[in-house]
Design a protein around this ligand. Structure first.
Ligand code: SAM
Length: 262
């Protein structure tokens, strides 16, 4: 077994990331970046370092997951958005404003656009999704809205046909009507200024691994500020409201991490 393959086996075991789910080149680039930063000049040397150096496992995990995202990530959460949150908003009004904060390459934002479009066949709905990220490179990709088949694995064939154009190069491009609903822009969630206000939903998921406790609390306060009264806050499955700010929200579905503004 070569050194890179052996390292991949260890990453799967100790970092808990299934490297075989990713393109090999992606893993290689992220590992090479950690090798440069940590001063290791071969896969074998980095392999030993990863096992012996306390803290490197977390640093590598963050480096590998920094922009990781997918369509319908955590399908149970989006079932709640589809079946309860959006219909409940539409009982009161037709205009829906959603902020997808830390949107990476756009899959989450387009997921909301798909849900809204599906509802447009039975409800009157005018939905805008503000999608922001601090990484300009991922925003470029998000605006293009072009994905390979692997990115669509959570979607059913009929959903793919409904919302994507299957291009000659084999890739899938979000249809113009989906793209028209999403506005991508640069925004730093640590700036404490919301990218939009009077929002019905703020979806800020799987972003806070990079934040300390004080920054997390500031983020929750900013999201509270950006929402309308009774607006919804959708968090990542492993994220939580800190003790200082939990009084700002009421649980809507605490298992799936959906809250409403008090
Ligand atoms: C793991 S991805 C999550 C993508 C998506 N929300 C999801 O749950 O699938 C985290 C994203 O947060 C972005 N991010 C990290 N720090 C940020 C900050 N201070 N402001 C805005 N975006 C940030 C990263 O650039 C990355 O694209």
């Amino acid at each position: 077994m070569d050194d890179f393959t052996a390292l991949n086996r260890t990453i799967e075991r100790v970092v808990g990331i299934k490297t075989s789910n990713y393109k090999e080149d992606y893993i290689r680039r992220r590992v090479l970046s950690r090798m440069r930063i940590s001063g290791n000049d071969s896969f074998a040397a980095y392999h030993r370092y990863l096992i012996s150096e306390k803290g490197e496992k977390d640093l590598l995990r963050n480096a590998l997951t920094i922009n990781v995202t997918e369509f319908l990530r955590d399908p149970e959460v989006f079932s709640i958005v589809r079946q309860q949150v959006l219909p409940e908003i539409l009982e009161r009004k037709t205009r829906v404003r959603i902020w997808c904060a830390g949107c990476a390459t756009g899959e989450e934002a387009y997921t909301y656009a798909m849900l809204a479009r599906d509802l447009s066949f039975t409800h009157e709905i005018d939905c805008t999704i503000y999608a922001t990220d601090i990484d300009r490179k991922v925003l470029e990709k998000a605006r293009e809205g072009v994905y390979d088949a692997r990115a669509l694995k959570n979607l059913k064939e009929r959903e793919i046909q409904k919302h994507f154009i299957h291009r000659d190069d084999g890739k899938y491009e979000a249809k113009p009507e989906l793209k028209a609903m999403v506005r991508f822009s640069y925004h730093d969630l640590m700036s404490n200024i919301p990218a939009a206000r009077f929002l019905d939903i703020v979806s800020c998921r799987n972003v806070t691994i990079y934040f300390n406790e004080a920054q997390k609390a500031d983020l929750v306060r900013m999201i509270h500020d950006a929402l309308r009264t009774d607006g919804y806050y959708v968090m990542g499955k492993t994220e939580y409201l800190g003790r200082d700010v939990e009084g700002l929200f009421a649980p809507f579905d605490p298992i799936q991490k959906v809250y409403t503004k008090k």
